[in-house]
Design a protein around this ligand. Sequence first.
Ligand code: E4P
Length: 227
Amino acid sequence: MIYMLDTANIKAIERAKDLYPIKGVTTNPTIVSREGRSFLPLLKDIRRVIGDENMLHVQTLGLKAEDIIAEAEYLKANLGENIYIKIPVIPEGIKAIRILKDKGFNITATAIFTSQQALMAAVSGADFLAPYVNRIDNISGNGVEVVKDIINEINSYGLHAKVLAASFKNVQQVHELAKAGVHSVTVSPDILDAMIHHPLTDWSVEQFVKDWEKLYGEGKLTKDVSK
Ligand code: E4P
């Protein structure tokens, strides 16, 4: 499982990178605009925080293939080799995916709502496919089932694309897809914390510390009481 963080908030990225095995950051125009900062300096800050070894997924805005390609070249020139150009799966986007893949770009096909969109993007050369789980749920679809279909199709055709499930609103959606063998997920900082939170874990840790401190003293660790 590859975990990525779906935010452009520098503090949240610093914290998550420190605590969790994050392999990349994903952004979209909405996420970027929430930060209220100039685009390129913000993205360069994210690159500095995550390092060159981690993936940075950045979305293009163009609606014509030639504009998407020009944006991809600009983004790669400014944000380093380990960048994934997020391209929506509109027809001109599919065209851009094919051209950019031939030029050696890393591609994340995004705004995916059906398995046919995902399959077309994968056959066109996308490295990651980003279906939007919660947005499908919100129109009375079943986001988890759509992503399961995509996983099955990618596996049965032996395509190299990885499914990067996105748009989560709760941990259960992530859990269902982990059971189905999803390759990667991108989640908000809140969901990332919620994924490992359990009140019984907190209670147990508190209890261990209390019992220990009764005998060995407040604030003492194993290394402090060996004699
Ligand atoms: C990531 O690639 C998507 O842009 C993002 O997860 C969408 O999430 P939302 O539906 O919560 O806006």
